[in-house]
Design a protein around this ligand. Structure first.
Ligand SMILES: Cc1cc2nc3c(=O)[nH]c(=O)nc-3n(C[C@H](O)[C@H](O)[C@H](O)COP(=O)(O)OP(=O)(O)OC[C@H]3O[C@@H](n4cnc5c(N)ncnc54)[C@H](O)[C@@H]3O)c2cc1C
Length: 353
């Protein structure tokens, strides 16, 4: 029998970030992942942004999350000797005069530390429609999620931390202080299955409100948007290098199939045509289901009846920013050092279970 402290089911952003955190604390882990079951983490643009664009208010807990993730991803880059975490200037072209007026007001409030005080009237004017000028969100950027996840996957494989298979709930034996899965014994099993948790017999009661998202990759031959920028007006345009850009994303709550649609593509093209003056061609089209929750907060905690079962999920539209901070928070909770933040604790929905 192999013995570990934690079995983690799922190697998306949530599972990988939790695994990195547990390894940092010298815990032993085994990850079980069938990569074909959910694509959300791998296709995501991986953007992080401390400001909610529409209302120009601080994103939830931005002041705590941002400094923590900086250290967290820097450590991962050192460990894996690979670059995947980037600071970017998030450029916001104003769509209407009101937005510019609101910006001028907000730079003097607390959120102002994340807003540039400068408004540029001539920014990439030969490439984008920009009649009202642009300004910039400071301290944003992106994680190249595919590189982060693949680099860790190799690391987990090399260290025998990964079992590449679909988790079979029928093979799980639960007792008070441990679980046994096939020939593996663990103190706890933590489910990080993204939206697939809706099929998990122990946690299917969690109140997800799933959101499908489609994203395209385009090529622009006649112009270059520098890699230090991300543009955001209706859609984001993230330069990837080699004249290619990720553009997204759509939000769909009814059709929750993991299939790309013509409707999603047209929606993105329409929005892109309102920003870009130059021609582009679509070279890729991808889809994923975000594990979004009715109250837009993570779903973290222990099963109400079984202490050895846990969940780390519900990262919604912001896995890159939320997961590092809350992985540490959860690990400290499991070590008995702190109480779980009520806003993320699944106990808030216990009556559903
Ligand atoms: C189009 C789009 C764009 C996005 N853009 C951003 C962005 O810019 N910034 C950002 O922060 N977030 C973004 N997101 C959201 C982000 O992708 C999610 O917050 C994040 O991926 C959630 O990660 P997860 O690990 O919980 O779930 P998932 O990515 O779904 O990972 C779950 C993993 O578990 C595996 N799995 C599931 N069930 C089982 C099982 N029974 N046995 C074995 N393995 C299993 C799956 O195959 C997968 O590998 C975007 C999402 C989409 C769809």
């Amino acid at each position: 029998m192999k013995q570990v402290n934690y079995i983690i089911v799922g190697q998306g952003l949530a599972g990988t970030i939790l695994a990195q955190t547990l390894l940092n604390q010298n815990k032993s882990i085994l990850i079980i992942d069938d990569v074909s079951l959910s694509q959300a983490s791998r296709i995501a643009a991986g953007l992080y942004n401390p400001v909610v664009f529409k209302r120009l208010v601080k994103s939830w807990m931005a002041d705590e999350l941002l400094p923590f993730m900086d250290g967290f991803y820097a450590d991962a880059e050192l460990l894996l000797n690979t670059k995947f975490y980037f600071k970017k200037r998030i450029v916001k072209p104003f769509a209407e005069e009101q937005e510019r007026i609101l910006w001028d007001k907000k730079v003097n409030e607390d959120v102002g530390k994340y807003l540039s005080k400068t408004i540029h009237d001539d920014f990439l004017n030969d490439i984008i429609y920009n009649p009202l000028g642009v300004s910039e969100i400071l301290f944003g950027g992106n994680l190249n999620t595919a590189v982060y996840l693949d680099s860790f996957r190799n690391y987990f494989k090399q260290n025998n931390f990964l079992l590449e298979e679909k988790f079979d709930y029928n093979q799980l034996i639960i007792s008070d202080n441990k679980v046994v899965y096939k020939n593996i014994e663990a103190d706890k099993i933590i489910f990080c299955e993204g939206y697939k948790t809706i099929d998990n017999p122990y946690f299917s009661w969690l109140p997800f409100k799933l959101t499908k998202g489609e994203i395209i990759t385009i090529k622009i031959n006649d112009a270059i948007i520098n890699e230090e920028f991300v543009l955001n007006k209706g859609v984001f345009i993230l330069p990837l290098g080699n004249n290619t850009y990720k553009v997204g994303a759509t939000y769909e709550w009814n059709d929750l199939t993991e299939q790309t649609t013509e409707k999603g593509k047209i929606d993105l093209i329409d929005k892109l045509n309102k920003v870009l003056k130059v021609k582009f061609e679509i070279i890729n089209h991808e889809v994923g289901i975000r594990p979004t929750v009715i109250d837009r907060r993570p779903l973290i905690g222990l099963h109400p009846q079984h202490n050895s079962l846990a969940v780390f999920n519900g990262m919604g539209t912001k896995g890159v920013m939320l997961a590092p901070y809350f992985a540490k928070h959860f690990v400290d909770f499991m070590a008995g050092e702190i109480a779980l933040n009520n806003e993320v604790d699944i106990a808030r929905f216990e009556n559903n279970g």
